[in-house]
Design a protein around this ligand. Structure first.
Ligand code: AMP
Length: 562
């Protein structure tokens, strides 16, 4: 197939904005494509030459592309930079310059789809000495053989910016239309095996039946089950007949595939991150009893000194890092909290209820505490117990909880409402501490509950809006006491009044009306995010007006959701 035919389709897709229009153009293309070329064409229309479950990257940057265009067209760096500034698109630059050059040379070679595909596929395997030059020569050869329009798309594909707007859903519908199969079955196959190159062939050869039969496979990433949001804990628990709560860890989803000694790790976006986490590969080999299985969990980074969870940004450094891996293993230890199992020794478990899957998981793994363990779980319908669990999760520095339906199956790739996340989702507030209470027992000499207040600008007063007693470590309680003690202006029993000086950034689950506090509002589950006193004075704390605004916006959110 001539690449120019594909370039014409690209152009049509680029100039069509409607989803249906794009679907129809693609469906016509797929219908007319022979079986041997289908996989390539499907990848190329999504701007790739490798399936998205592959980790291969072409590694062509704009700078190298400019050099290739210079070499292929003979125009100067200055001219190319000028054109690039004008259009912001090296594809268009190449098209224009190839067109100008053509008038001079009239050299005409035929460029085929196979040639473009195979040339680009070679790029990632070129490494080491002189590999940059070899890569450059491949691109130069393609541009030299390209007609102007072809040059536009060759360049964009090599750069990974095709810009023709073929999203996953459009491709799904196009496959359905081209081969007269149900889009739902195409989607099912995609969730089990996210590789449209393979799926399109099944659709053509085996139709709906073939698509329905696509199953998960160890070694091939599976789309993960996703959460929906719940407005609060009470609503979430009421939603299910048999709910369980799990700590919501603030890290990265990790899908672990074990096939005897071979372990492969995928992120939520199905990126293969096995190389980045050699210690997890080892621990999986040692701690998982099954020969073959697929596990689902959340990975967090751990602070070496305190043993507490690290902010996600630090874990993300490990996910992205491709070198000095051993050093990273040392610097940022990880902890995996397993919460599901999708497959074990020949059996897919997706249709089994969570209750059973969790049991299977617990029998499958010998946990290594602090490193490779089960996500904390509480099975209850009792709101009080659930709230305690939720508070404890926040206190540990985790994000909140996920309420799961124990009777539900595992539905890859979907937000189906089987899992509901509950976390303090409101925008944090900067509030002033105006009072506190002395602790008792272990905390006898520390101030342990703090009265939070917002500003009433009309009366230049601070109005209480909540009490914070959780979410602080012993160290923080000590620090706070030291800071607040000199600001005590009145003491009555265990209660103290504090001069409004200290501003804290506070997270919380929601704002409720409450006669208990002067503002008329109370924050539910307030927790300390950080001390803002160094850069914010009490006169810059959040106002009652803002609290009211947030309270009202939250009402709107809730009516939308329930
Ligand atoms: P969000 O990204 O806010 O939609 O929350 C969903 C994500 O929470 C999941 O994709 C997981 O990465 C993460 N998560 C943390 N703890 C759990 C858990 N116990 N069960 C399921 N997902 C969890």
């Amino acid at each position: 197939m001539d690449y120019s035919e594909l370039a014409d389709v690209y152009e049509k897709l680029e100039s069509t904005s409607s989803k249906h229009g794009k679907r129809d153009i693609l469906a016509d293309l797929l219908k007319d494509t022979t079986l041997t070329k289908l996989e390539k064409i499907v990848l190329l229309v999504t701007g790739r030459v490798f399936p998205n479950i592959s980790n291969e990257e072409l590694g062509i940057a704009a700078k190298m592309m400019k050099r290739a265009i210079i070499k292929a067209t003979g125009f100067s760096d200055k001219k190319i930079t000028e054109e690039f500034k004008r259009t912001g698109d090296l594809g268009l630059v190449a098209e224009k310059l190839v067109r100008s050059k053509r008038q001079v040379t009239l050299m005409q070679k035929r460029l085929t789809v196979e040639k473009v595909f195979e040339s680009l596929q070679k790029l990632p395997s070129m490494t080491g000495m002189g590999s940059q030059e070899r890569k450059l020569n491949i691109i130069v050869e393609l541009i030299t053989s390209a007609k102007p329009k072809e040059a536009r798309y060759v360049v964009r594909t090599a750069l990974g910016t095709l810009r023709i707007g073929v999203a996953e859903g459009i491709l799904r519908d196009a496959i359905a239309k081209a081969f007269k199969v149900d889009a739902k079955n195409v989607e099912h196959a995609w969730n089990m095996m996210p590789d449209y190159g393979k799926i399109v062939k099944i659709a053509k050869l085996k139709g709906d039946d073939g698509l329905k039969k696509v199953r998960i496979k160890v070694g091939t990433s599976v789309q993960v089950l996703l959460c929906e949001k719940a407005p609060n804990l009470k609503t979430a628990i009421k939603k299910f007949e048999h709910p369980s709560l799990e700590t919501k860890y603030d890290g990265a989803r990790i899908q672990i595939h074990k096939d005897e000694e071979k372990v492969v790790l995928f992120t939520r976006r199905l990126e293969d991150v096995t190389k980045q986490f050699p210690e997890l590969v080892k621990i999986t080999r040692d701690a998982v009893k099954a020969k073959r299985c697929i596990l689902d969990g959340e990975m967090i980074g751990i602070d070496k000194k305190t043993g507490k969870p690290l902010p996600f940004q630090q874990l993300s450094q490990r996910i992205q890092r491709k070198y000095d891996i051993e050093k990273m293993v040392e610097e940022i230890p990880i902890q995996v909290n397993l919460f599901d199992v999708l497959y074990v020794d020949g059996q897919a478990l997706l249709d089994k209820p969570l209750k059973e899957r969790r049991k299977i998981l617990e029998n499958l793994v010998r946990p290594v505490p602090g490193k490779f363990q089960f996500a904390k779980q509480l099975i209850t319908k009792d709101l009080k117990k659930a709230e305690k669990f939720y508070k404890a999760s926040l206190k540990e520095g985790q994000e909140g909880v996920i309420v799961k339906n124990l009777d539900s199956k595992y539905q890859p790739g979907r937000r189906v409402g089987y899992w509901l996340k509950v976390k303090p989702i409101m925008e944090p507030l900067d509030l002033v501490i105006i009072g506190a209470e002395w602790g008792t027992g272990k905390r006898a000499n520390w101030l342990s509950s703090f009265i939070l207040a917002c500003r009433d600008t009309t009366k230049s007063k601070f109005l209480s809006c909540g009490m914070m007693g959780t979410g602080l470590t012993d160290e923080q309680f000590k620090k706070m006491t030291k800071k607040l003690k000199p600001l005590i202006i009145e003491e009555r029993g265990l209660s103290v009044k504090i001069r409004p000086r200290i501003v804290f950034e506070i997270g919380y689950e929601e704002i409720q009306r409450s006669p208990k506090y002067e503002s008329g509002f109370a924050l539910r589950f307030p927790r300390l995010i950080r001390d803002r006193s160094a850069d914010k004075g009490p006169d810059e704390a959040d106002t009652l007006a803002r609290l009211i605004k947030l309270y009202e916006s939250q009402g709107k959110i809730r009516t939308l959701k329930t």
